[in-house]
Design a protein around this ligand. Structure first.
Ligand SMILES: C[S@@+](CC[C@H](N)C(=O)[O-])C[C@H]1O[C@@H](n2cnc3c(N)ncnc32)[C@H](O)[C@@H]1O
Ligand SMILES: C[S@@+](CC[C@H](N)C(=O)[O-])C[C@H]1O[C@@H](n2cnc3c(N)ncnc32)[C@H](O)[C@@H]1O
Ligand code: SF4
Length: 446
């Protein structure tokens, strides 16, 4: 199962006809009253914004995210380019409202608070950024003390996501983290004071040498101190990482698949007992502290990715287009900056999504949520068939419903508690059914 959030967009960047980077000037197109109302209804007037800070202090042994460890960082050059690209891409989308901003990385907590404030200022100069919009910053424990956290809050950040990863110092060492469990807990404590109800922690399970019992204890210890949001990721062995080599060479041993599945199941129960809602495959919240930024991705809404390697999904209306594109920005910071300086943006690839691709994404991402895909949410994508018409008569879907894994009713299509834990196994027959019905409806309407 995909228990990694950051991978999602990259995995879903659909292959198709590569198009050149959008060359439009972002000139405003006149949208008449009816069209404006239709766009507002479909959520086209707003978007979430992701900003990638590509630098880290040190390479963690398991990580293959898009990050770089330079000797010196030219922060003002990076800031200039992030502002320029944000301005360009938001204009290109013609959205009028930004629903959330997420500073991810890399390690965005290494950037100075004035840089974060300046990026937010550039965003709000182009589109409305409501005062209560969720503004998240990912922080590594060693890069923030209480005063830095307070500076980020003054800069406009109102949600902190802390990379705790583990509370076992031996595991943190294996993972190549720069912090100890004590450092992490201190940062958590300080963040909770400054961002009460809006502090999230990332934690990884399935670590080398971890047992179900040690994992359960570690999670309970964390929950005794954590706030209202937890992201839980199963360790993925990524090719090209130090950890991958260490496991290949037999220096480290990963827990087996069954043991890891037991860890996930135990964690869900512990979190449920602690009052958390398992609202998405890898995410848990209580007191309504769900991440609105990530919900935008899972609900198939528009998002704009700024910075090296960021990805996005939006309609480039400024280019006179009406179809959503999946986009990815140039990965390496230096070439990305050169592109931004010469064209205003560093989009490496933009691909127009077919309606079938949009529906496939809506299905794959929507089912990650405990609320699944409501009929209303499905209709936002203007599908040729309703959820009932698509899946109601399918043998496979009926079997999954009978096995207590899936529900299709007046609310929509969603996984049961049991189904959410085995989502990856449920998706292939659902996708095949969607593709099959799509071909038939295209054939009968031609
Ligand atoms: C790429 S990091 C960026 C934030 C920050 N630099 C940090 O390390 O906390 C975001 C999250 O991705 C998760 N992650 C990265 N690599 C992973 C892997 N190989 N397996 C599982 N989770 C991973 C970690 O939980 C991490 O908190
Ligand atoms: C590893 S997750 C951590 C989420 C965190 N625990 C939270 O709830 O705040 C990082 C998030 O950053 C976003 N993200 C990461 N890499 C991205 C990229 N290259 N382009 C666009 N969005 C990205 C996604 O929203 C993803 O869910
Ligand atoms: S600090 Fe975060 S982004 Fe940087 S290498 Fe470690 S896990 Fe990856």
């Amino acid at each position: 199962m995909s228990l990694r959030c950051g991978r999602l967009g990259r995995a879903l960047l659909s292959p198709g006809i590569p198009r050149g980077a959008a060359a439009g000037s972002g000139a405003q197109k006149n949208v008449d009253g009816d069209e404006k109302e239709r766009l507002a209804l479909k959520g086209h007037e707003s978007a979430a914004v992701y900003v990638h800070w590509p630098y880290c202090e040190k390479r963690c042994s398991y990580c293959n995210f898009n990050k770089y460890i330079p000797r010196v960082v030219d922060e003002s050059a990076m800031l200039h380019c992030l502002r320029q690209e944000a301005t360009y891409l938001i204009q290109l989308s013609q959205v009028q409202r930004i629903s959330s901003v997420f500073f991810g990385g890399g390690t965005p907590s290494l950037a100075s608070a004035s840089t974060i404030a300046s990026i937010l200022e550039a965003i709000s100069a182009i589109a409305e950024l409501p005062v209560n919009a969720e503004i998240t910053l990912e922080a590594n424990p060693m890069s923030v003390g209480a005063s830095r956290l307070a500076e980020f809050r003054a800069a406009g950040v109102n949600r902190m996501s802390i990379g705790i990863q583990s509370l076992d110092d031996a595991h943190l060492k294996v993972l190549g983290r720069t912090h100890t469990a004590d450092n992490a807990l201190k940062t958590l404590q300080e963040a909770k004071m400054l961002f009460p109800g809006r502090t999230s922690v990332d934690i990884i399970f399935g670590l080398p040498g971890q047992t179900v019992t040690s994992w359960m204890q570690s999670l309970k210890d964390l929950l005794a101190l954590s706030d209202d949001h937890v992201s839980l990721y199963q360790l993925t062995l990524e090719r090209g990482t130090l950890l991958f080599r260490q496991v290949q060479d037999g220096f480290l041993k990963m827990p087996g698949a069954e043991e890891t599945a037991d860890m996930y199941e135990a964690a869900r129960c512990i979190l449920k007992d602690a009052g958390f809602q398992h609202y998405e495959v890898s995410n848990f919240a209580r007191n309504g502290a769900m991440s609105t930024h990530n919900l935008a991705y899972w609900l198939g809404r528009q998002y704009i990715g700024i910075g090296p390697g960021a990805h996005g999904r939006f309609v480039p209306r400024g280019d006179g287009k009406f179809h959503r594109e999946s986009r990815i920005q140039t990965l390496e910071p230096e070439p990305w900056m050169k592109e931004v300086l010469s064209h205003g943006h560093g989009t490496r690839k933009s691909v127009e999504q077919t309606q079938l691709e949009v529906l496939e994404e809506a299905l794959v991402l929507g089912l990650r949520l405990d609320t699944g895909i409501t009929h209303e949410h499905w209709q936002e994508h203007e599908p040729p068939l309703s959820l009932h018409d698509l899946f109601g008569a399918s043998e496979h879907v009926t079997a999954m419903i009978q096995q207590g894994l899936l529900l299709l009713d007046g609310r929509g299509l969603r996984c049961t508690w049991r189904g959410l834990a085995v989502l990856d196994g449920l998706l292939p027959p659902l996708l095949s059914q969607l593709q099959h019905s799509w071909r038939i409806s295209a054939y009968t309407s031609s």
